[in-house]
Design a protein. Structure first.
Length: 297
């Protein structure tokens, strides 16, 4: 197991924990598609600028096939699911949206098995059960209901699972930052096309100062997310990476408790323990050897 890759993905999970908490507030009172376009555009500009000024040959070496793959990743991962997810987030409760999103590791494992030949080990199945149980407790899920919002979030989650699997394939030959820039750049272009087609393009210029502040803050988090995620994904299996990503769930819950002034309940404490145990098992971060637990090499 590549330790650098795991560290980068762990950083992604921490950023995700903060990002999901803040995005629920940030997307309130603004058209979700405008919010998504502005964020993706800012992140794309930052990543492309970094590559142009510091890694000048990054784009020159890309073939027509590479550009086509980046466009597909931008469509499947950087545009349609963002539109679905943030619209769904406006219609469902925060816990429900978060729980559905946290099931992505299951779809990724199945896709990676067929498309990338990644093995599904027994430890992953046990860890997956612990992860789902832990998230159920942490997010205080008393029941599952499905309406328009829930189906939008499910659709986004499935597309992100497909995109992560495709990205892992492309990352075998491309730099992680290049893939991140392609995903966000093409994604922003596709979203703008949607805004233009739906007559919402003019709303971009009507963003208030307060909304712009939220967009800037969440864009910085998104920049950190994609920069660490794609460079980490290049080094570890995609099923492992999406599993480690679930560590962000208790972080989001902790932030919610801090800002609400509530204390950690027994259910949330047990759920957090299950999530940590599930990540360790499913990602095989540690292995049992001669009666002791040791980090995977």
């Amino acid at each position: 197991m590549n330790q650098k890759g795991l560290l980068l993905v762990f950083c992604t999970s921490v950023i995700s924990g903060f990002s999901i908490f803040l995005n629920k507030f940030a997307v309130s009172g603004i058209d979700s598609s405008v919010f998504t376009f502005a964020k993706n555009l800012l992140v794309a500009v930052a990543l492309v600028s970094f590559l142009v000024f510091l890694k000048k040959d990054s784009f020159k070496v890309l073939s027509g096939r590479d550009w086509a793959w980046l466009a597909v990743i931008g469509l499947v991962g950087g545009s349609i699911p963002f539109l679905l997810f943030f619209r769904g987030l406006q219609l469902v409760s925060g816990p429900m949206g978060a729980f559905i999103h946290k099931t992505m590791f299951i779809y990724v494992a199945v896709l990676a098995f067929f498309m990338l030949k990644e093995r599904i080990r027994p430890s992953f199945l046990v860890g997956g059960l612990l992860l789902l149980s832990g998230n159920f407790l942490v997010l205080k899920m008393s029941g599952l209901t499905f309406g328009q919002g829930e189906f939008l979030v499910i659709g986004a989650t499935l597309l992100w699972a497909l995109e992560n699997t495709l990205s892992k394939h492309v990352l075998k030959r491309l730099d992680g930052t290049v893939v991140a820039a392609g995903r966000m750049g093409f994604g922003a272009l596709f979203i703008f096309g949607f805004l233009f087609y739906s007559g919402k393009a003019s709303l971009v210029g009507q963003v208030s100062l307060a909304q712009a502040g939220w967009i800037l803050l969440t864009s910085l988090l998104l920049l950190g997310y994609v920069a660490t995620w794609y460079n980490g994904l290049k080094l570890v299996d995609v099923s492992v990476a999406t599993t480690v990503l679930l560590i962000g769930s208790p972080i989001t819950t902790a932030l919610s408790l801090v800002f609400s002034g509530s204390a950690l309940s027994a259910y949330e404490l047990v759920g957090t323990g299950l999530i940590v145990a599930g990540v360790v098992l499913a990602a095989r971060i540690y292995k049992f050897r001669l009666g002791t637990w040791s980090p995977q090499a």
